[in-house]
Each structure stands twice: as structure tokens, then as C-alpha cells.
Design a protein around this ligand. Sequence first.
Ligand code: NDP
Length: 441
Amino acid sequence: MSIRKSAIVIMGASGDLAHRKLIPAIVKLYEEGIIEKNCSVLGNGRSEFSDETFRDKIGLTAPYRNMFHYHQGMEGLYDKVLSMGKFDQIIVFMALPPRVYGSTAEQLHKQGFRDNVRLIIEKPFGTDLKTARELNIKLKQYYSEKQIYRIDHYLAKESIQNILVFRFANNIFYPVWNNGFIESIQISAFEELGVESRGDYFDSSGIIRDMIQNHLFQLLALLTMEAPVSLKPEEIRLQKMAILKALEIKECKIKQYEGYQKEPKIPSDSETETYAEMKLEINNFRWTGVPIYIRTGKAVGEKMTTIAITLKKVPRLLFNENDELEKNKILIQIQPDSSIIIDHSTKIPGTDRDITTTDMDFCYSSSYEGNVPEAYQKLLHDALKGDQTLFVSAEETELSWEKIEPFLDMGNPGLYRRGRIPQSDLDADWVDMSKYSSACH
Ligand code: NDP
């Protein structure tokens, strides 16, 4: 689908996100022929740049250099867009400190950004239910829900989009995807790094706000929702909402890595959690009785996001009755590699009935050569097309905050050693991921 003639306005163009993610994504969209030279990009911020010094700062070379412009401040911003050409649509990406999202939307509207505008809003969307609601109310004063694109960059990862295809395009999984066959679901999302240079942001947030309220709840909703009647964004959102409504957090434990309080920009008495684990249940016909475990943490030694689905035992063991038969597992690796492993039992050749566990695996990068688009490339492309599927609705954000609210800022976290996955305080029998060599060699 060709993209209509568009202007992309980046608010906060001198910032880290613009530099590391957005501008490279725009360049890639251009290189792949998705946007053409008739699209223009306007950087904005309080800092002073001319078009030329801005292009130099972000390291642009020909042929796309001339597509990029800069305007300082809000005054005259809309007129500057008009002066760059006649556009069918304007995409405004708010790569700004979250506290100014609402007031910036107001100023944009005042300047003339109205009906042909789509606003992309970065995370975090609020810091609790109250602030998320206030922000939604403020944004809706000026823009309709159809114009608001709330980013959850996790949703744009290929392996996460593949969850819906895996579930709804393969009839082998559909019959077992329920409490009759599934024993438990575990989601682990680990970071190797600590807070690095973003200590001030992280300390006011914590891992529950940073990872669970948005990314992991969205991931869980896609994994467990009913099939939507179509792939229209509103139909998918409806099903995700039904899961969020039925979600109950039964337990939550938090920890902090040793040395966190000595990191740059972290108060020496900070009680912010850098690791959290939860036991959840989805109270509906499909999932009641299936424990769902989520754990996520920084500085735990490796970068890895995995979903492990353990199936119940077969009703009767016919084979080696003395052996403990491994339960079937489905492992969906989101990062660093995107892969799916299905763990199942097979007979050991040469024995009468001895059984072992083997894997059937699929690896994205070895199965598909070529380009897997980066999350921001995909999200920008979708916003340019007007596709809201991978963006989060106002209701979803508020419902997620409502569920997580009692577990925010719990304080008094336990400690764990940097570089190690903390010992779990839940009754979860965590699947040992190190047993599975990556499907991607
Ligand atoms: P930065 O602080 O690096 O940049 C934000 C830019 O916004 C600055 O360059 C600044 O430009 C402008 N700005 C700062 N304060 C104000 C203000 N009070 N009013 C108007 N403009 C201001 O932030 P990031 O680029 O890291 O993040 C931007 C947004 O993206 C944040 O909401 C963050 O949570 C989110 N995000 C960032 C990620 C990342 O990897 N960096 C990842 C995921 C989300 P100037 O001084 O020129 O006005």
C-alpha cells in the first residue's frame, strides 16, 4: 500500500529516542521505498538548530538529507509544515518527556494541527490510573481516539505479531489452548543491563510500570484472548480488553539488585523495584484454574524474553511407568532470537519403550532471510497507513493501570545479586530455559 504524501513531525528531535530509533526508522522506510522524497520530516524542540545544523547533528547524508528540516519552539510550527509542501496527512511523534504530552497536544491544536493529524505518543502513558485518565481526557479534548496512537513497541516485534498467526492459523493448537490441556503459562522478560544512563527515569517508575503494566500485559492478552471476528484493530482491542477485565493479580513479589542505590542518578535510599514476579489468573471459562506467572528484571545476567506454556500430563502413562514423563511444552522466544520450540516425547531408538524429550523448532532468522523490520519502523509505517492494530487504546491503558495499581510502589524490596536470575518467592516451577539450546544457531 503506497503511503500518501506525509509530513512527519518529531517533537523532541534532539533527544535519545529520536536519534537512536526514530530517525534511523524513517531513513529505512525511505531506503525501502515505503516513503518517498515527497514526504518531509520536521524536527522540533526548544534547542536551536538550523535545517543544516540539525542535519549535521543527526548525521544525515544524501540522498535523504534534504527531506529533514528543523523548527525551534511551538510558535509557527504549523506554518513551517505548510511551507514545506502540501501534505495529505501529518504524523506527529511525541518523543518528549511524558509530563508534557498533554500540554503539547493542546499547543499543537492551537497552532493548527487538526483533522489530518495523527499523534503518536510514547510510553509511559501515565504513571498510575489517575494520571493515565487525566492524559486521556486531555488528549480527547483536542483529538479523537482514531487520531491517537499510543505506542507499545513490544507489539511491533515480529515474534509477538506471530503469536496471533501461531494461534489462529494453525488448527493443531486451537483445541488445546485452554484450561483442559494447559497446566501453566510463564512469561519471563529479562534484561542483562541495569539502569545505565536512564536512572532518573527508571527510579521514578520501577519495573512494574516499565514492563508489566504495558508490554507484558499486552503480550499476555494476545496469548490468551479469544479469536477476534476480524483483524480490524477495534476487534482485536475488544478481545484484549476482555482478558484485561478478567485478569486478577493474586501475588506480587519485588526485589532490587545489589548496588542499584549506587548507580548514577539513583537516591541512596531508593526502594524502587528492579525485579518483579507475579502470579495471575484469568477468570473466564477458558483460563480459570491455570496459573500464569510473570517475572521481569534488570541486571539478571541475560537479555531474554520467553513464554513457556506447559501442558498437562497425558491421562494415562502406557509406557515406562517408573519414569516421570516430561510434560509437553511450547516455548515462544521473543528475544534475543525469535523462535518457537515444541517439546515432546519420543522413543529412544534401540530400547523397548524408553522415552526421551525432543524439540521441534522454528527459528525466524534462519527460516526467513532478509529484512525483519525494527519495531519503530513497523510502528511508523502503520501510523502512516492509519493502522492502529499495534497501538494501545485508551480503555486498555486505563484497565491495565487499574489492575496494577495496588502493586505500585510497594517498597521494601528484597535484594538479588547482579547478573543472576533471582530466586523465586512464588510457588512457580519455572521452566529452566538454559536446558533449551536456541533454535537459532
Ligand atoms: P530525552 O530526554 O533524550 O529527549 C527528549 C527531548 O524532548 C529533548 O531532546 C528535549 O529537546 C525535549 N524536551 C525536554 N524537556 C522538554 C520540555 N519540558 N518541554 C518540551 N520539550 C522538552 O528523552 P528520550 O528521547 O529518551 O525519550 C523521549 C520519550 O520517549 C520519553 O517519553 C521516553 O519515556 C520515551 N521512550 C524513550 C526510549 C529511549 O530508548 N530513549 C525508549 C522508550 C520510550 P529540547 O531540549 O530541544 O526541547
